[in-house]
Design a protein around this ligand. Structure first.
Ligand SMILES: Cc1ncc(COP(=O)(O)O)c(C=O)c1O
Length: 404
C-alpha cells in the first residue's frame, strides 16, 4: 500500500541513522538551566549549554519576568504589526540598539527566523547572491537556500577566496536574450557566524568589512555566540573589533544564549529596520515573543553591561580548561571563546566518549554530522561563568580517566 511505502522510507532512514551513530534524542531536565542539573532523573554537571554567563536562572530576571507577567499577562496575543508589540518589546529594541551602537534594532522570535527573514527580505531573485562561510550555522545556510538566490559557499574564514568569488559574480549582471539589453544590478549578501557555533573560533570581521565595502555587498554577522561574551561591555565581536554600523550594516544577535532568555534581534540603520518591518516575512507573519521574555531580557542586558566579572571569570575558566586539556593531550580546536570543542573524528567514538563522561555524572553532548562536516564529530565543551574552578577540575579529571 502507498501509505506503507511512505512509512517504510522513514523507517529505513531511522535505521540508517542508528547504524551510523547519528541518531538523536532529547533528554528531560527537571531543574533550571545551570551547571548542576537534574537530567533524566540523574544529577549532572553540565558542560554543553549556551548559557555562557549563567544568567538563565538569575533572580533579577525571574523577578522582571514575573512582574511583567503580572502586568502584561503571558501571551503577546498577536504579531508586532497587529497589537502584539508591547512596552517591554519597545524598550528592549531601544536598549539593544544602544547596546550595540546601532540606530535601531528589531526583535525576532528566534535567531533562526531572524536569519531567514533578513535574507528573504534583501534577496529578490535567483540572480542575487549569498556568500556563506562553509562552517556557518544551519540557520544561515537555510537562509541562503530558502531565499532562492544563488548560494556561494567559501572555505572557512578564507577571505581571499571570498574576494575571488565576489569578483566572479559582479554587482552588475549582464542581460542577454530577446528584448533584453544592458545590465541589471544584483544584490549580494555576505553572511557569516561571528563566533562559529561548533568551532568556537571567530570570523575575520575586519577583513570581511573591507571586502564588503570594496565590492558594495551587504555584510551580515550572526553574533549569536559573541553577544554578552565578547567586547568591553559585552556587545559582542563587533564591539571587540571596533566595527560600527557602516562597517557591518547587519548585526544579528540571539537572546537565548549568553543573555539567558529567548528570541533574537537584528540591529542596523533606521532604513534597514524600516525595510525589514515592511518585508521580513518571518517577522511580519508570526506572534511576538511574550512581553515577559522581553522584560527579563532587559534585566539581563543590565547585568551584562554592569557586571563584567562574569566575562572575566569566563576567561579564567577558558585558560584553565585549555591548559588542563593540553596537558592531557586532548585535540582542542583554535578557540579563545567559551566554546571549546574536543575534536574526536568518528561519530561512534564521540558518542562513546560522551557516554563515558555521562556515567561519571558529566554531560557533554557529542556533535555529529550533519551539524558538523563528515569525520569531524566532536565533544562540544562549553563553559559558563556559573561554573567554578572546581567544576572545570572535575571535567578535566573525568577526561583524563576517559581519554578518547
Ligand atoms: C550561530 C547561530 N545562529 C543562529 C542560531 C539560532 O538561534 P535561535 O536558537 O534563537 O533560533 C544559533 C543557535 O541556536 C546559532 O548558533
Amino acid at each position: 500500500m502507498a501509505s506503507e511505502r511512505k512509512f517504510s522510507r522513514i523507517l529505513t532512514e531511522l535505521d540508517s541513522r542508528r547504524s551510523r551513530h547519528l541518531y538523536r534524542h532529547t533528554r528531560v531536565a527537571d531543574s533550571p538551566q545551570q551547571p548542576h542539573m537534574t537530567i533524566d532523573g540523574k544529577p549532572m554537571l553540565v558542560f554543553c549549554s549556551n548559557d555562557y554567563l549563567g544568567l538563565a536562572n538569575h533572580p533579577d530576571m525571574i523577578r522582571a519576568f514575573q512582574q511583567a507577567a503580572n502586568t502584561y499577562g503571558v501571551g503577546s496575543g498577536a504579531a508586532h504589526l497587529v497589537n502584539g508589540h508591547s512596552r517591554p518589546h519597545q524598550q528592549l529594541e531601544e536598549a539593544l540598539a544602544e547596546f550595540t551602537g546601532r540606530e535601531r534594532a528589531l526583535l525576532f522570535s528566534t535567531g533562526y527566523m531572524a536569519n531567514l527573514g533578513v535574507a528573504n527580505a534583501l534577496l529578490a531573485s535567483r540572480h542575487d547572491v549569498v556568500y556563506a562561510d562553509r562552517l556557518n550555522h544551519a540557520s544561515l545556510v537555510d537562509a541562503g537556500l530558502l531565499a532562492g538566490a544563488k548560494l556561494v559557499r567559501y572555505p572557512h574564514n578564507d577571505t581571499s577566496s571570498l574576494g575571488k568569488r565576489l569578483k566572479e559574480t559582479p554587482p552588475n549582471l549582464p542581460l542577454s536574450g530577446e528584448g533584453q539589453e544592458g545590465s541589471a544590478a544584483r544584490t549580494r549578501l555576505i553572511m557569516t557566524d561571528g563566533v562559529f557555533s561548533m568551532d568556537g573560533d571567530v570570523a575575520p570581521v575586519r577583513e570581511l568589512a573591507r571586502l564588503a565595502r570594496e565590492h558594495d555587498a551587504w555584510l551580515m554577522v550572526d553574533d549569536a555566540h559573541g553577544i554578552g561574551v565578547l567586547g568591553e561591555t559585552g556587545a559582542g565581536l563587533l564591539e571587540a573589533e571596533g566595527l560600527n554600523q557602516m562597517d557591518v550594516p547587519i548585526l544579528m544577535g540571539t537572546l537565548g544564549k549568553a543573555l539567558g532568555t529567548a528570541g533574537a534581534f537584528v540591529a542596523g540603520s533606521h532604513d534597514l529596520i524600516e525595510y525589514l518591518i515592511q518585508t521580513a516575512r518571518t517577522w511580519i507573519y508570526t506572534t511576538a515573543q511574550p512581553p515577559a521574555v522581553a522584560a527579563a531580557t532587559l534585566a539581563s542586558l543590565h547585568l551584562v553591561q554592569t557586571e563584567s566579572w562574569r566575562r572575566e571569570h569566563l576567561q579564567v575558566l577558558i585558560r584553565q580548561f585549555r591548559q588542563g586539556a593540553e596537558q592531557l593531550g586532548l585535540p582542542l580546536m583554535a578557540s579563545d571563546t567559551p566554546i571549546q570543542p574536543i575534536l574526536v573524528g568518528s561519530s561512534e567514538q564521540a558518542m562513546a566518549m560522551s557516554s563515558r563522561l555521562e556515567k561519571s555524572g558529566i554531560l557533554v553532548t557529542a556533535i555529529r554530522p550533519p551539524t558538523v562536516p563528515a569525520d569531524t564529530a566532536r565533544l562540544r565543551v562549553t563553559l559558563s561563568a556559573a561554573h567554578t574552578v572546581e567544576d572545570v577540575e572535575r571535567l578535566l579529571e573525568a577526561l583524563g580517566r576517559n581519554p578518547s
